[in-house]
Design a protein around this ligand. Structure first.
Ligand code: FAD
Length: 483
C-alpha cells in the first residue's frame, strides 16, 4: 500500500506540498521542544529506498527516528520528512553459540534482551531505557553503567548495512568501508540509514546481578569510589543530591553491580527465565508504578525537590552497605515502568550531560553544581558514570566522568535555562570536556566545533558531501549545529 502511495506521490512536482494526512506533531523525549513533520513508516528496505527517491525528487529532506528517546531535537525534522523505523523490526539471525545477533534497525533493546536472555546472553551496553532501537542506539553510540569497562554501543557492533541517500547499500565493518563504519556510528543519522546491524552480545551465567548500595558524603569521595572499584566491578553508577552544598556538595548514593560467575547461581535456568526478569507493574502488588507521577508532581519544583533529595539520601543511608541480588532487567530498566516525564509538567525537561576528563572533572562538576544552585536552577536528577575513550569520529566518550542532569523547563525559566546551559558549556570546554548529542537541546555551533575539533568536523562533512551531496539527510539538530 505504501508503495502505491509513494508512486502516486512521486508524480507530484517539487512545488506540490507533502500530503497533509502525513503531518504529525513530534517532540524530543524531554518534551521541551516540538514541531510538525511528515511521517513515513517504511517496513522494508524497498519502501525505504522509494521514500529516499520521493524526497529527492521533491526537494525534501529526510530525518530518521527510532524510538524517539533522544531528549532534544535529534530525531526531528520540522516541516519535512521523518522516517520512523520502528516497523523495520525483524530479528534476522541469532547464533546462541557465539552470541551474534543480526537485526533490523527498529528492533528495540527490550526485544533484544527478551530474545536472548534464556540462552544466557545479555546486551553488552544497556541504556537507562530499553525502549531505544538498535538503529537509534548505533546512530548515537549510546553508553551504559559499564561505559568505562565495555565502552560504547558501537564497540559491540560487528557490522552493519547502511543505505546511502543514493539508495545504494554499503556493508561496513572495521575492514570494509571503515570510514563509514567509524563515522556512521555516532553520526546521528546524517550519512545513511542502518538497515541491518550485527551485534556481539555478552555471555551471562545467571539472570541475577550482585548489587551493592552505599553512600558517600561529598563529590570527592564519590569520584574516588569509581576509581577504587572500576577494576573489580561490572557496573558502577551514582545518584547525586544536586541540592547539597558546602562540604556535602555532591553527596551520593552509589550502586555497584557484579556478574555472577558460573556456579554462583544455584538455579540459573530459573533466574534466566523471562518471568524472573519482568518488572512487576505494581508496587507491593497493588499500586501501579505508572501512576506514581501523580504523587511526585506536587514536589517537582525547587522547593519540593530539595526535600525529595534529602529524603532520598537519608533513605540511602539506611541501606548503606546492603548487598543483594537483582534480575538484570530490574537493575537497568526500572525507570521504564514509571512515567518519568510526567512530573516535570507541560514544559518538559532538558538533560545536560557533559563528559569531563578525570583530571579536571571534580573541579568542573563542583562549578557546574554550584552554578545551578546560584542561578536557582538546580537539577532534579543527577547521575554520574565513568567512561573510556572510543574510536568513533563524533564520540562523546573520554577517559573521565559524565554527569547527566535533568532540568525542569517552564515558560518562566526557559530563557534563564538557556543562559545557564551556555555558562556550563564554558566550564566544560575549559575542562577539555565533551558533549553528547542524544541528550542535547542547547549547544551552539561554536561549542560543537570547539569540543569536536575543526579537523574532525571537516573530515565528517567531507564524508557527508561524498555520500549525501544533495544534503538529503537532515534533522533539526543537524541544522542547529552543523549546517
Ligand atoms: C529514560 C532515558 C534514559 C536514557 N539513558 C541513556 C543512557 O543510559 N545512556 C545513553 O547513552 N543514552 C541514554 N538515553 C538516550 C538514548 O539512549 C538515545 O537518545 C538513543 O539514541 C535513543 O534511541 P532511539 O531508538 O529512541 O532513537 P531516536 O532518539 O529516535 O533517534 C536517535 C538518532 O538516531 C538516528 N537514527 C534512528 N534510527 C536510525 C537508523 N536506522 N539509521 C540511522 N540513523 C538512525 C536519528 O536520526 C537520531 O539522530 C536515554 C534516554 C531516555 C529517554
Amino acid at each position: 500500500m505504501i508503495k502505491q502511495e509513494i508512486q502516486n506521490e512521486t508524480e507530484i512536482t517539487t512545488t506540490q506540498p507533502l500530503p497533509a494526512d502525513r503531518l504529525e506533531a513530534m517532540a524530543g523525549w524531554g518534551g521541551s521542544n516540538s514541531g510538525m513533520a511528515y511521517l513515513y513508516r517504511p517496513s522494508t528496505v524497498a519502501q525505504l529506498r522509494q521514500i529516499f527517491d520521493f524526497a529527492a525528487q521533491n526537494g525534501r529532506t529526510i530525518g530518521f527516528r527510532g524510538g524517539g528517546n533522544s531528549y532534544g531535537d535529534a530525531a526531528m525534522n520540522d516541516e519535512s520528512i521523518v522516517l520512523d523505523l520502528t516497523r523495520m523490526n525483524r530479528i534476522l539471525a541469532w547464533d546462541p553459540e557465539n552470541g551474534r545477533l543480526t537485526v533490523e534497525p527498529g528492533v528495540t533493546l527490550q526485544r533484544v534482551w527478551e530474545y536472548v536472555v534464556e540462552d544466557g546472553w545479555w546486551v553488552p551496553v544497556a541504556t537507562g531505557t530499553a525502549k531505544i532501537t538498535v538503529g537509534g542506539g548505533a546512530a548515537m553510540n549510546v553508553h551504559g553503567k559499564n561505559a568505562w569497562k565495555m565502552g560504547t554501543f558501537g564497540e559491540h557492533i560487528y557490522e552493519f548495512d547502511l543505505m546511502l541517500p543514493s539508495g545504494e547499500i554499503k556493508t561496513c565493518n572495521r575492514n570494509q568501508n571503515s570510514d563509514l563504519f567509524f563515522a556512521a556510528i555516532g553520526g546521528f543519522g546524517m550519512l545513511g540509514c542502518f538497515t541491518s546491524l550485527t551485534l556481539h552480545l555478552k555471555r551471562i551465567y545467571s539472570g541475577l546481578l550482585q548489587v551493592e548500595a552505599l553512600t558517600k558524603p561529598n563529590l570527592s569521595s564519590t569520584m574516588q569510589w569509581f576509581e577504587d572499584y572500576m577494576h573489580n566491578s561490572d557496573y558502577l553508577v551514582g545518584w547525586l543530591d544536586a541540592f547539597s552544598k558546602g562540604k556535602k556538595l555532591g553527596r551520593s548514593e552509589l550502586h555497584r553491580g557484579i556478574y555472577l560467575k558460573p556456579g554462583e547461581d544455584p538455579n540459573p535456568q530459573q533466574t534466566l527465565r523471562l518471568e524472573t526478569q519482568r518488572i512487576d507493574p505494581d508496587i507491593m502488588g497493588f499500586f501501579p508504578r505508572s501512576a506514581l507521577w501523580r504523587f511526585q508532581r506536587p514536589f517537582w519544583n525547587n522547593f519540593g525537590m530539595r526535600f525529595v533529595n534529602i529524603g532520598k539520601f537519608s533513605m540511602a543511608r539506611l541501606r548503606d552497605g546492603a548487598i543483594g541480588r537483582e534480575p538484570h532487567a530490574h537493575f537497568h530498566f526500572l525507570l521504564d515502568s514509571l512515567d518519568w516525564r510526567k512530573p516535570f509538567g507541560p514544559g518538559g525537561l532538558i538533560q545536560y550531560q557533559p563528559f569531563i576528563p578525570k583530571e579536571t572533572a571534580e573541579e568542573a562538576f563542583t562549578q557546574i553544581l554550584q552554578l545551578g544552585q546560584q542561578r536557582s536552577l538546580p537539577n532534579f536528577l543527577t547521575v554520574m558514570k565513568r567512561h573510556r575513550p572510543d574510536p568513533f569520529w563524533l564520540t562523546h566518550a573520554l577517559d573521565g566522568f559524565s554527569l547527566a542532569m535533568d532540568f525542569r523547563i517552564t515558560r518562566r525559566n526557559r530563557e534563564r535555562m538557556v543562559q545557564l546551559a551556555q555558562e556550563m558549556d564554558e566550564i566544560v570546554l575549559r575542562a577539555n570536556g565533551r558533549f553528547y548529542l542524544a541528550k542535547d537541546s542547547t549547544l551552539r555551533p561554536q561549542v560543537a566545533r570547539a569540543y569536536l575539533g575543526e579537523e574532525t568536523i571537516k573530515k565528517f562533512l567531507a564524508l557527508k558531501q561524498q555520500v549525501d551531496p544533495e544534503n538529503l539527510l537532515q534533522t533539526n539538530l543537524w541544522r542547529r549545529l552543523f549546517s
